[in-house]
Design a protein around this ligand. Sequence first.
Ligand code: HSE
Length: 309
Amino acid sequence: MIKIYAPASIGNVGVGFDILGAAIVPINGMLLGDFVTVQLSEKFNLINKGIFAEKLPKNTEENIVWKCWLKFCKIIKKNIPVSIILEKNMPIGSGLGSSACSVVATLVAMNEFCKKPLNSKELLLLMGEVEGEISGSIHYDNVAPSYLGGLQLILNDSEIISQTIPSFKNWFWIIAWPGVKISTSEAREILPKKYNKEVCVKNSRHLAGFIHASYSKQPYLAARLMQDFIAEPYRIKLLPNFLKTKEKIKKMGAISCGISGSGPTIFSVTDDIQMAKKISSWLTKNYLQNETGFVHICFLDLKGVRKIG
Ligand code: HSE
């Protein structure tokens, strides 16, 4: 039996639409992500458990885990009869890489169970492919951090898919999911098909500057450059009160604030734990829309996917 945990992640990280992603872990030690257990069986069988299990499609063949299993068996050219337990702890359509958690945990669990027929590049390519089928187009900024941990720069080069970028160890990332859903494919659909040159240049300048600041250990420069000119201007309308919330959080002293992935989760960054607690309690009172919503103060999760037990 193999049990695998894959952490939640923040796609885009403000400045790197589809290019930057960060795995996160709450500072209180809880694990924020999905668990997948694989064991031998007579035929394929899937059991859904966890906080958000009832939000999953009733039809097994619509479940991401089944899609992953099928693709994995096709690639290794072998039918592997297994019983899989998915512990769905991440809310679907939250902007925290929920589908990536299930994809990464399932594919890593299957690969481990079969004694690693795929190498890490092949696995990551497969994760991106499945993610692309779910969200409308391939993007690695959730699967790569969930798999590899830390802050990932997606290169999608013929040899190297993703690279770990140095991150600031003393940054607290406060994430707030209001308790409602935004479909990633719809949030991608509303973006322009083309951007003008000034926007492209500004975006390149900020992203290159952010990477430079990360390597040269300039946290405040990095935080100032975490601005999104590609997705945020168009997604604001999907997130009620986003601009007011961002303004308030910045006033409270956060060094950065943005949309996590395609939303509606928002993230903010501070290097002061007292401020992180203040922001967290303000968001709990003012950003959550129902009792399923949550706020967590997190560190970056440098480990990524891991075996449990
Ligand atoms: N980069 C993706 C997007 C992340 O913003 O659409 C989705 O979580």
